[in-house]
Design a protein around this ligand. Sequence first.
Ligand SMILES: Nc1ncnc2c1ncn2[C@@H]1O[C@H](COP(=O)(O)OP(=O)(O)OP(=O)(O)O)[C@@H](O)[C@H]1O
Ligand SMILES: [Mg+2]
Length: 226
Amino acid sequence: MSEVLAVCRNVDRFFLSGSRDHALVLRNVNCEIREGERIALSGPSGSGKTTLLHILGGLDHPTGGEIEWPSLGTVEQLRPRQIGFIFQSPSLFPALTVAQNVELPVILSGGDALYDGKDASALLSAFSLGDVADKLPEELSGGQAQRVAMVRALALRPRLVLADEPTGQLDGTTAQSLMDRVLEHLEGTRAAMVVATHDQAIALRMTIRWTIDHGRLTSGNSSEKG
Ligand SMILES: Nc1ncnc2c1ncn2[C@@H]1O[C@H](COP(=O)(O)OP(=O)(O)OP(=O)(O)O)[C@@H](O)[C@H]1O
Ligand SMILES: [Mg+2]
């Protein structure tokens, strides 16, 4: 039986906001992520995708219910080693080159855990980013920055990859080819991946589909689980 990486039980998240004092953004969310799963999280803008990913990644906390990471450890241990997070807005360090951005989490975690022993430039080349390895983030296009953020999230071989609209700034063909490479990289590892996306073609690449609407999560179309 595959290990459970994360489990949400009756998770609510509300924000206190000016006019509406109780904006309930996640409502009674129950979900589970197991090793090796490929999950697409779809839903309209404002439905709660980013909020849920932040909670799954331990970056935010439920206001009701609970979340646990049974085989990843405590919330302090999640990032960067156990969970690789790709943020919706590009989050590269502006003063570091692309290669240094990819190496930084590896160095900070005291490890030499780059994917398959590759160094940052080999990993970047595998994602067609070899020629920008020495550039600064400001010299990249939005789509290149997104791909670098993806490579950085994979560099530590996390057991769970949480990607928030990782292809939002890419054209359809580039988006598909990025997903090809990511899925290729994850193949053979037991890592799980959750991708929040508006792009149905990307969602269809995943084997499990979650849909969120007004903070309520439903899952379906699970063609292959566990
Ligand atoms: N820190 C916050 N304070 C108040 N409201 C928030 C906060 N973060 C999110 N929200 C609200 O929660 C709702 C869900 O936001 P969220 O970012 O999770 O949606 P989303 O599904 O990721 O949308 P998108 O597809 O546009 O990225 C929105 O109504 C948003 O305004
Ligand atoms: Mg979002």
